[in-house]
Each structure stands twice: as C-alpha cells, then as structure tokens.
Design a protein around this ligand. Structure first.
Ligand code: FAD
Length: 491
C-alpha cells in the first residue's frame, strides 16, 4: 500500500470543535492517531463559551458539570485541571410558581422531591399537594407505568402540583423542554431507578442524598468552564493535532477506503479513514443522510435559548435572596405574540435565573464587593427565545424586569455595568419520539449530547467512547497507534 494512502486511512477527521469533538480528538491524538479538527465558528468550544463583561470573564454557555459518575473529574485530572475544580455555595435553588418564590426541595432528579413531607416540599406543594405526593411509594408500580412522557408519569403518581410547581420548572430550566415532551429516561438514571424501585420518590432518594442542597451536585472551574476548552486546545496543540476554525463542513462522501470531507461548495477540505461527527443532530443528519434530513425548522419554531448575562452594582443582591438562582414554573405559550413592554402584571418571560456571583464564591471574590453577576435564560425546545428579536436596550429592560420579579428586588438600569447576550441552538435528544434518527455509515462515529444525553457528565464519557470507536475504525491502518484509547496521565 502506498504510504500516502496508508497515512490517509489512518487519519481521523473530527467535525465540530465543541467539547465532544475536542475530547474525542485529544484521546485519539494521545493514542498516536493523526487528527484534524474542523470547526465552523471562529472559536472552539461550541456551547462552552465566555464573554468579557465589565472586566469579568463569564460563562455564557455551560457553567458547571454534574459530579455524578466522576467522569468529568477524571478528565479534568488527566488534563491537569483538578486543582481548578470549585464547588458552588450550598445555598440551594429556588422555584417561582404561581408568582411565589419558594426554595426548591432537595430532589433526586428532575424536580421530583425525595421527601415530599419536608418543610421545603410542603411550602412548595401546599399540605394537600405534599400529602398526595407522600403516598406515592404506596401506589402499585403499575400506576403510570405505561406513561410515555415524564409529565404523564409524574401526574399519575405524584399529582399535578409536583408536575407544575417542581418538575415543569426543572424540565424547562435545565433541559429547555416541557415535561410533556420528555421521556422519563431523559433524566439520567431516573427511568432505571423507577423501574427498579417502582416509585418515583424512592427513585429520587436513590439518585441524590436528600441532605444535598437542591442543584448542589455540581462543580465548576475557577476560571469558568471556558478554561476546559483552553486546556483541551493546548493539549491538542502539544500533541500535534491540526485544528482549523471558521471551516464549515457541507458534505461527506465515501471515496474508496477514505472519507472525503467537503465544504459547502463541494470542494474537498480534508480526508480521513474515519470521521467523528461531533456536531448537532440536524447537521449530522444532513451530512450522513442528505436525502432524508429534515428541513430547517420554520422561524419561531426552532429550538434556541438566549442567555443574557448582566453585571451590576447593587449591594442588596449580596444577600442572595434566591440562593444560587431560580427556575420559573410558568408556561408562557399564552403570552407569545404580546408586545414587549413590561408591566408588573406581565408574566416572567425568563425560564431561569442563575445568580452567578452568589453561586460561585470564586467569581464573587473576583468581582469584589457589591458587584453582582446574574444570568437569565429564555426560550426552549420548540419555540424561539422571547428576547431574541429585541435590541440590546429592550433586552436589558426585559432582563431587569424579570430579574426584579424573580429576586424580589427592583433592579435599576443605572446599576448595570455591562451585558452580554448569546443565542444557542438546543439539541432535542430528549424530546420524546421526535427528531431525526441518524444512522452512521461505517467509519463515521457520532458524538454529542444528542447521542449521549444532556450535560457534560454524559457528553464527556460519550466523546471518549466515540474516540474508541474511531480508533477501532482506523487501527488496521495506523502503525503509530498505541491500541485502545487509554485514560490517566497527560503525557
Ligand atoms: C445556555 C447553555 C447552558 C448550559 N449549561 C450547562 C451546564 O451548566 N452544565 C452542563 O453539563 N451542560 C450545560 N449545557 C449543555 C452543554 O453545554 C452541552 O451538552 C455540551 O457543551 C455539548 O457539547 P458538544 O460538543 O456535544 O456540542 P456543541 O458544543 O454544540 O459543539 C458542536 C460544534 O460543532 C460545530 N459545528 C456544527 N456544524 C458544523 C459544521 N457543519 N462544520 C463544522 N463545525 C460544525 C459547532 O459550531 C459547535 O462548535 C448548557 C447548554 C447551553 C446552551
């Protein structure tokens, strides 16, 4: 076999420079595989991104990782970031339901209370709602067992109050999806625990020790999650991987034993024996099944969220009136299409608020006394964010109005020191029975949260699995490869 051909077959092209692509590329490069990463945007990181606001570096995408399973920590240790891990303040999260703010009960998963009769659960659910939920472990396992969605299952077993006041805000705030569109298995571990225990409350107890503050089973990095991307990039440079940004892949074609990677005009931009497709589901579908890929969603129906981050000087917020932040329970379908002037009677349009400087003591130290950082998010699967069409002044006005209602303190534009806005596509792996199902041809390996599940604790092990599969696909042609992708050590 000619050397060039062998070299070409031994190479892996990673399409997508988000965390999935970067981790897959790193594992492959460490195993001695020649790798090239192609990223459409000017910056690597995908949905991990940072903005500079009023002199502070702030995550405007992912800001934390779930500690479950220890897989993120293991990777951070390997790449020398273990000492940067930081934990959030144990303040707990809040929920805004029926225009009232209440602490979110410490929960096992997805807002399901692990102790329905605890003080926080009874405050959120009312006495009747709490009692209704408390009898759930006594119900036969068959109650709700045929439910196809999280909403049906929770309503059948725990009642409408748990669904509307706890599960809905968590679904919308964390997964950007209404519980009516989520299968129970979208919440990591919940389906399996429910099938094992025959009770949602018992499953929630299994999944998290109820003494843990709600929303507390996460950790972050001192410099924000953006430092993970910077470190991965440095690792890839050190390992000799090629990285090209601002390159949009438009087509994939099988050419003999290799994959030809083409841009939007059809020109070849790269070749390899295998491809890791670490892009969103819609793009993956278009690249591997161009004839059956769904058309883009019409405007207004696409799945996007907008994050608005504000830095403000307002000492009243140092009391952290809503702990680390709050999730908003209300459904906003009824209000879509109304004008964007905000009055006291308007619904809160944000689906969640993170009080970042209360959540992360390391950020509070950096910000200094009285300077506060809050992040609001808008939109969810199936609808455009309410703020997307607004100019910056109107978006800031909306964000301040929502933050004031959520925090219970009237916030003024005069205290705002800076704002950043970022619109994200949300992938819909968790939408029950919807979305294209992509089957990868031989030599193409899929990665991303739509493959492995939402959140870095699922995405990172998924990306490492993808690297193993890609390695297997090229291993016959790769004399330099050291065999299976290994973990541990950074050399
Ligand atoms: C606002 C927000 C907050 C979040 N917060 C958290 C959190 O706190 N904790 C958590 O665990 N998770 C969080 N997540 C989810 C987490 O960010 C994602 O699960 C994870 O970053 C997905 O990584 P990925 O590499 O699979 O996908 P992405 O990050 O989306 O990367 C895909 C990459 O592919 C590129 N691409 C797409 N098409 C092409 C093409 N044709 N050619 C070349 N490149 C292409 C894109 O530009 C992108 O960089 C959050 C997500 C959002 C949007």
């Amino acid at each position: 076999m000619n050397g060039d051909v062998r070299q070409e077959r031994s190479r892996v092209v990673v399409i997508g420079g988000g965390v999935s692509g970067l981790i897959a590329a790193r594992d492959l490069a460490r195993a001695g595989v020649p790798v090239e990463v192609l990223e459409r945007e000017p910056d690597l990181g995908g949905r991990i991104a940072q903005a500079r606001i009023a002199g502070l570096t702030i995550d405007v995408g992912a800001e934390a990782f779930a500690t479950r399973g220890g897989t993120v920590e293991e990777l951070l240790r390997e790449i020398g970031l273990a000492s940067e891990i930081t934990t959030p303040a144990a303040l707990g999260s809040w929920v805004i339901a029926d225009d009232r703010a209440m602490p979110l009960p410490a929960a096992g998963a997805g807002g399901i209370p692990s102790d329905p009769l605890s003080r926080t659960s009874s405050t959120a659910l009312g006495v009747l709602g709490a009692l209704r939920a408390a009898v759930e472990p006594l119900l036969p396992a068959r109650v709700g067992a045929t439910s196809e969605t999280l909403a049906d299952l929770v309503r059948a077993r725990l009642g409408a109050r748990v669904l509307d006041r706890l599960v809905r805000p968590v679904s919308l705030g964390v997964y950007s999806t209404a519980p009516e569109r989520m299968p129970i298995d979208a919440i990591p571990g919940l389906g399996a625990a429910f099938r094992r225990r025959g009770s949602l409350v018992s499953a929630a107890r299994d999944l998290r020790d109820s003494r843990t503050a709600a929303g507390g089973a996460v950790a972050g990095l001192q410099g924000g999650m953006g430092s993970l991307v910077q470190r991965l990039r440095a690792e890839l440079d050190r390992l000799g991987a090629q990285i090209r940004t601002g390159v949009e892949v438009g087509a994939l074609e099988r050419d003999g034993d290799a994959w030809s990677v083409r841009d939007r005009t059809g020109s070849e931009i790269s070749r390899g024996g295998a491809v890791v497709l670490a892009v969103d589901e819609r793009t993956a579908s278009r690249l591997v099944e161009p004839s059956t890929a769904p058309a883009d969603a019409p405007d207004g129906e696409s799945d996007r969220v907008e994050v608005i981050a504000l830095v403000l000087d307002d000492g009243r917020l140092t009391r952290a009136p809503r702990g680390t932040g709050a999730l908003v329970a209300q459904e906003r379908d009824a209000h879509r299409g109304s004008t964007h002037s905000t009055t006291a009677d308007d619904p809160i349009r944000a689906k969640a608020l993170t009080h970042a400087s209360a959540k992360w003591p390391v950020l509070a130290r950096r910000a200094g006394q009285d300077r506060q950082v809050i992040r609001l998010s808008y939109g969810r699967a199936g609808s455009a964010p309410e703020t997307e069409a607004l100019d910056d002044a109107a978006a800031m006005h909306q964000a301040l109005a929502d933050a004031s209602r959520i925090m219970g303190i009237t916030l003024h534009a005069a205290s705002v020191r800076g704002m950043a806005r970022k619109v994200w596509g949300v992938s819909g792996p968790i939408v029950a029975g919807e979305g294209p199902h992509v089957s990868a041809p031989p030599g193409v390996v899929l990665a991303g949260d739509w493959v492995s599940g939402t959140g870095l604790a699922s995405v990172i092990p998924g990306a490492r699995d993808a690297a193993r599969l890609a390695l297997r696909a090229v291993s016959g042609s790769n004399p330099a490869s050291t065999g299976p992708v290994t973990t541990g050590g950074s050399s």
